[in-house]
Each structure stands twice: as C-alpha cells, then as structure tokens.
Design a protein around this ligand. Structure first.
Ligand SMILES: CC(=O)[C@@H](O)[C@H](O)COP(=O)(O)O
Ligand SMILES: NCC(=O)COP(=O)(O)O
Length: 250
C-alpha cells in the first residue's frame, strides 16, 4: 500500500565524528549528537562504519547501540569484517553501501545485480540475527529487482546525483533524475520492498523527495550537521522535519 503519512527521519551523525577526528580529541561526541537528535524527534540514528574509520569508529557503534533509545541503522560495506561487527552490535537495521577508500563520499549505489549470489548469502546471517537489511542503490530497475530477489527488506535510493544537479542549478537534469527516482520507488514498493532515500539532502532539495509517496524514511546527515554549527542541531532537525511534513501535506 502506498504510504502518504508522516515520513521517518533518520539522522546520520558521521560528520560529528569527522570533526572530532580532525583534532584527534574526544569532542564533539557523536553519541551526544545522537541523543540531541533523539530529543529533537529523530526516528532513528544512522552511522557509517567505513573500512578506513575516517569518521565513525568501532567504539562509536557500541556507544550508540547502548546509548540511544531509537533504532540504529548501521551502514557498512559488505565485507566479512563488517558482517562480524554487525552481528556483535545487533543494530535494528544494516544498510549495505558500496565503498571505495579513495572516494570523498559514497558515490554510487551497490551493484546488487552484479554480486547477487554473494550478497544473498551475505545478508542471510544478518536477517537471521533480526536486522532489517537495506541496500543502498541507484534507481536502476535491474538493481531494484535484484534487491527484491535476494531477500532484502529495504532499499535506500541514493539521492546524491539528484542533490548535486540541484545544487549546480541544472534543474532540467535534476527533474529527470527525480522522475527516475519516482519510478524506482514505485517499482521497489511493487516488489514488496520498503523504500528509503538519502544522500546530499538539504532544506532546498528535500521537498520533492519527501513527496514521493512510496518513500517512508529519509536519512540525512552532512547538511544538518553543518547547519547545526549555525543554529544548533535540534532547530536544524525541526526545520527539516517541518519541510518534510509540508511536502507530505501534513
Ligand atoms: C552511505 C551514505 O550515504 C552515508 O553514509 C553518508 O553519506 C555519510 O558517509 P560518507 O560521507 O562517508 O559517505
Ligand atoms: N544514507 C544517506 C545518509 O545516511 C545521509 O547522507 P548525507 O545526508 O550525509 O549525505
């Protein structure tokens, strides 16, 4: 059934850790940010344990799981190391993302179609341990169909390309990308997948994504952590929530 109600908002706190690691201190603390986000009405916390630990570290994941009262969405690459950490951490959800050490941020979606057999057996123990497994993918139909075929519960559609086009003022291309995301969301839901979206979302570009009726959750981080420097994390989250609700007609 198409969801047109309130969207869930997951707050990604990775870049609080980026700031901490820039000075090699213990401040600012990602758990404190997560607790502030929870108090501001976030529905979940997302954190990405990269293979190179450039922001979130293993101890952050442990502290987040123990410290927050809302679901933890554990983003990671589909590696044996990360699978073992997920199984030990027992997060509410595991979102598998593609990762390249040289990239500045997550550039594309996971190639589920090209790695289906391995991913199918990779997600089985995670599912058996009770995690909702999500795959971070582009809007390509082949990837969405493969995600459904291998038994993922959720797909998170990568909105980074749309966000970049929007930021560059290439509105015609951004609109075309938006249409492709809309088609992807509809296809995913028709195949029984829960649909999330995220990457690069800001106050300026969130409304059309939030208005896609099949999308039930947005994960937003980098922009909100930046905005928090100026207005505080709670007010930044409240404003994002207001824009999401308005896009949903709430
Ligand atoms: C997969 C994803 O979109 C996020 O985890 C997020 O963008 C923060 O991590 P990076 O900036 O390191 O990609
Ligand atoms: N999976 C997307 C996410 O968690 C947040 O991405 P961003 O807002 O930090 O680009």
């Amino acid at each position: 059934m198409t969801q047109t109600g309130k969207l869930r908002l997951g707050i990604n706190i990775d870049h609080v850790a980026t700031l901490r690691n820039a000075r090699g201190t213990v401040w600012p603390d990602p758990l404190r940010a997560a607790l502030l986000a929870e108090a501001a009405g976030a529905d979940g916390i997302t954190a990405h344990l990269r293979e190179d630990r450039r922001h979130i570290r293993d101890a952050d994941m442990v502290a987040l799981k123990a410290g927050i009262g809302i679901p933890l969405n554990f983003e990671c690459g589909a590696t044996a190391e990360m699978q073992a950490i997920c199984l030990a951490t027992k997060p509410h959800a595991v979102c598998l993302v593609p990762e390249r050490r040289e990239e500045r941020t997550t550039e594309g979606g996971l190639d589920v179609a090209g790695d289906a057999a391995r991913l199918a057996s990779f997600i089985t123990p995670l599912r058996d341990a009770g995690a909702r497994v999500s795959l971070f993918i582009g809007h390509d139909a082949r990837q969405i169909e493969s995600a459904a075929r291998i038994g993922a519960a959720v797909v998170e559609l990568h909105t980074g390309h749309y966000s970049d086009l929007h930021a560059e003022g290439r509105m015609g291309e951004a609109e075309a990308e938006l249409d492709a995301l809309r088609r992807g969301a509809a296809l995913a839901q028709s195949l029984g997948l829960e649909v999330h979206a995220g990457h690069g979302l800001t106050y300026d570009n969130v409304a059309p994504i939030a208005a896609i009726p099949q999308v039930v959750e947005l994960n937003i981080g980098h922009f909100l952590i930046g905005e928090a420097v100026f207005i505080g994390l709670g007010p930044a989250i409240s404003e994002m929530r207001r824009l999401m609700d308005a896009a949903r007609g709430l």
